[in-house]
Design a protein around this ligand. Sequence first.
Ligand SMILES: [Zn+2]
Length: 76
Amino acid sequence: MDASDAEGMLTRDREGAEVIPLRAPRSPCPICGAPATRANRPFCSRRCADLDLGKWLNGSYRIETDEAPPDREDGE
Ligand SMILES: [Zn+2]
């Protein structure tokens, strides 16, 4: 009775273990979704920052102003 053939069953538990960064990834660039860089936060690059600025200039974004809406109705 030989019980020495248990070595034949090597359990494989290292199947490309992913290295998960401890820090949460920075929020992605709102323009292209690439990871933002420190220099261009929250964008990934100067280019995307400029693109975002362009959006503002084009009026794609709502620009908050100090002016209150002329007719304000607080129905709720
Ligand atoms: Zn970008």
